[in-house]
Design a protein around this ligand. Structure first.
Ligand SMILES: *Cc1c(COP(=O)(O)O)cnc(C)c1O
Length: 380
């Protein structure tokens, strides 16, 4: 008899946050007490220290902490003076924020289809989308999988485009040895709680190798102010809180180990599911790229039946994302109807995210694999 049917095992969530790790939780609560005792909540030492440590982690010159991943993208575009009349190429298979940032600065997103295997933006798709008003491209390292940057950068360079990398799902991933975020003019990160590096609320960062561009972002995120009450340009309130910065400093020291755990779990799942009906995500380290498995996204022609079956077996699933950006209500104005970007539309109907998080146990991993195998058995 199957031992998992003897006693109902606890459901396996799609991800697990800090409260599941008592030692980490204690360390983080001490940090909260330290910041509260000082009463220094905006700008200051914790933010500057985090920025220095995050730039060093990304192996680049500069980092600016901001209030979210969306703001990171907005401020990057503003620093590059992209606005009304400009077009920015964005893959339609992404979280909506990638496109929203373009809209928020008054520019127009030029949404393009993705590669059916990698689910990511390709150089060919970029090249065919470039028009007289195209100023910039935002490659997205979606799911933790690195976009093939070399050909993208080559097309962008020839067309004179700016490059802003959306690294919100790929903190710490490497492409041909270098960290993501260091290939374009800017790399933009989100610290939304579920990301590979997550805060206790919203947060984000921008990295850049260019001191002048990084400084411009730092001016923009805090009212264009430098020094106090000298407002040089029109900015906004988009700072990373000192409390979040202090928490992120602790977690940053564990990020490489967490990503290693994610890569190991990704390899185990790929191996265990290799001969099933599912189409699996790529391997970490293939073709000079990387995969830090922010999300373990599989593809199934029977996605809804798979989700129901796994749900009944106590395996949580999700869909990232059920609608490509061009098919959301927010972007009906672009006039991209059903069938206009067919690869992403087909993906949205077939993709399914399985549980994968650094503290996932061997038993939990085995149960996910077994549940998928049983799903296949039942279908035959
Ligand atoms: C999470 C995310 C963002 C936005 O980050 P927020 O911090 O939620 O504003 C942008 N792009 C992608 C691909 C994301 O996953």
């Amino acid at each position: 008899m199957n031992p998992t049917t003897l006693a109902p095992a606890a459901p396996i969530p799609i991800t697990r946050l800090d409260q599941a790790d008592p030692a980490l939780l204690e360390e983080l609560l001490e940090v909260v007490a330290r910041v509260a005792a000082k009463g220094a909540f905006t700008m200051g030492h914790e933010l500057e220290a985090f920025e220095e440590e995050f730039a060093a982690y990304c192996e680049t010159g500069h980092a600016a902490g901001v209030s979210s991943g969306t703001e990171a993208l907005v401020l990057a575009l503003r620093a590059l003076e992209i606005g009304p009349g400009d077009e920015v190429v964005v893959p339609t298979n992404s979280f909506i924020a990638t496109s929203e940032a373009v809209s928020l600065v008054g520019a127009t997103p030029r949404l393009v289809d993705v590669d059916p295997r990698s689910h990511l933006l390709t150089a060919d798709a970029l090249e065919s989308a470039i028009g007289p008003r195209t100023r910039c491209v935002i490659p997205v390292h979606l799911m933790g999988s690195t976009a093939d940057m070399a050909p993208l950068l080559e097309v962008a360079r020839r067309a004179g485009l700016r490059v802003v990398e959306d690294c919100a799902q790929a903190h710490g991933a490497r492409y041909r040895g270098r960290r993501v975020g260091t290939f374009g003019d800017f790399g933009c990160f989100s610290f939304y709680p579920t990301k590979n590096l997550g805060a206790w609320g919203d947060g984000g960062a921008i990295v850049s190798g260019d001191a002048e561009l990084a400084n411009r972002v730092k001016l923009l995120r805090s009212h264009g102010e430098e020094p106090r009450y000298h407002h040089r340009i029109v900015g906004t309130t988009a700072r990373l809180d000192a409390l979040q910065a202090a928490l992120l400093r602790v977690k940053l020291r564990r990020l490489d180990a967490w990503n290693d755990a994610r890569r190991r779990l990704g390899a185990t799942l790929r191996e265990g599911l290799a001969d099933t009906s599912l189409e699996l995500p790529g391997a970490a380290g293939a073709d000079g790229g990387d995969h830090v498995y922010h999300l373990f996204v599989v593809r199934s022609a029977r996605r809804e039946a798979l989700r129901t079956f796994l749900g009944e077996r106590g395996v949580a699933t999700a869909v990232h994302y059920p609608f490509p950006i061009h098919r959301t209500g927010a972007y009906t104005d672009l006039g991209l109807g059903a069938g206009s970007l067919p690869v992403a539309e087909r993906l949205a109907e077939q993709i399914c995210t399985l549980p994968l998080f650094p503290s996932m146990s061997e038993d939990e991993t085995a149960r996910v694999i077994e549940a998928v195998r049983d799903f296949d058995m039942e279908a035959t």
